[in-house]
Design a binder for this molecule. Sequence first.
Ligand code: F6P
Length: 485
Amino acid sequence: LEEALHGRSLVIASNRGPIAFEKDAGGGFVARRGAGGLVTALSHIMSYTPGRWVASAMTAADREMVGTGMGRQDVDLGDMRLGIRYLAFDRRRFDAYYNGISNGVLWFLQHSLWNPARGPRFDRSTREAWAAYHEVNQGFAETIAEEIAEAGAPAMLHDYHLMLVAGYLRKFSPDAFIYHFTHSPWTTPEGMRMLPGRMAQELLEGMLSNDLLGFQTSRWSQNFMWCCQNLLGARIDMESGVVAHQSQETVVRHYPISIDAEAVKKIAHSPEGEEHLEWLRRVVGDRKLILRVDRLELSKNILRGFRAYEEFLKSSPEWLGKVIHVALLYPSRRALSEYRSYEADVLDMHDRINADLGTDDWQPVVLVNEDNYTRALACLRRYDVLLVNPIIDGMNLVSKEGPAVNEVDGVVVLSRNAGSWQELAHGVIGVNPYDIAEMSEALEEALTMDAESKAARARALREVVEHNNPTKWVWHQLRDIRRLN
Ligand code: F6P
């Protein structure tokens, strides 16, 4: 990373920052580092540079801390120091930007989650929320402009919350090098045409104000380029990955994010992990285990996953009582009514399947609804089948964490719409996430696969996952930033 940074600093911006603050009993602020590969990888870079991470104040304690003038500080995390700058926006404006547009419109758009006969409903409130999205993105740009001026650094922006930042930042810092990475998928031109007013054009033009754009896979970067051609009339060169629009040229690349296999194994084998694994052993007994680990999120396709399991049990009754489906889910975005009703439907279907098919000594589905990363990683050590069937997913890290820690040559059933499909296809059973019958057959195929094929697939997946890590992911991006800057 030091080599890729070449003595330069870096300013990172994302809606959710790497640290969440909490208040302790004495009224002091306690910093907690977020979990997951992205925060780990990017925090790691920050320990090599005097750069800064700009983000929204998300928790009440974050906001309070900003209110006391501590929004810009260096946080000592024991193993590293991290320069942060947190922004507290007006509460209503932030809600409109975060829940109204980012989660309520852009997330649904990029994951093709609308059912056009019934939704979305774009009305006056959407226009107001869109204005708030502009304002928050402008607020980010103003702060980033200050930080890059001070640090003499390029800006690295993250995700669908900040798609207009580059357009504003260009005005404040015309010579800045601006890079944006999208973690979610990118939709098709037909998807973007659903957006009201000039929203689609403004989003695309905002994105094209960057010098470099990164996506998880070529599938999403190509969609983005097609959108630019179709909706803006931009000139695109798919081969070399360049979009030319008005006087601006933007380079488009893909950088598949990965996991740190060693770090993930360490958590899975920690004393707390061992306790969770013991819990799982008691739950599973001598049955086969079909596991899923997901945020309780519409794009994860949990309902069709349950239906596929039910169909499998009904069509292959010899498996009744001999297999168990453990769903480790964790709550998400309960501020949105779509998420609350999806969660209720998932819990309801779990109850119904257990009532229909369960017996006195067998519960077909065991559902845990709790955010517990250590439990998830520990349980991944033991799956016979890992079901990862998102409707669509930018990457999907569970499909990489599973093969990294699994110890029993478990088989992965993977949606062809997960970004990770491009890297893992040769070692998984691929499924169409809309096809319940195909997913049900895939579960049976996975459960009955011979030991040699299972071992060969598990080995193939491990090789892919261990070959990469978050530091390499960041390194490739920094190398391109350096080449183009
Ligand atoms: O984990 C993937 C992701 O969907 C990212 O694409 C996104 O930045 C993040 O989650 C947003 O989650 P939240 O709304 O909880 O901050």
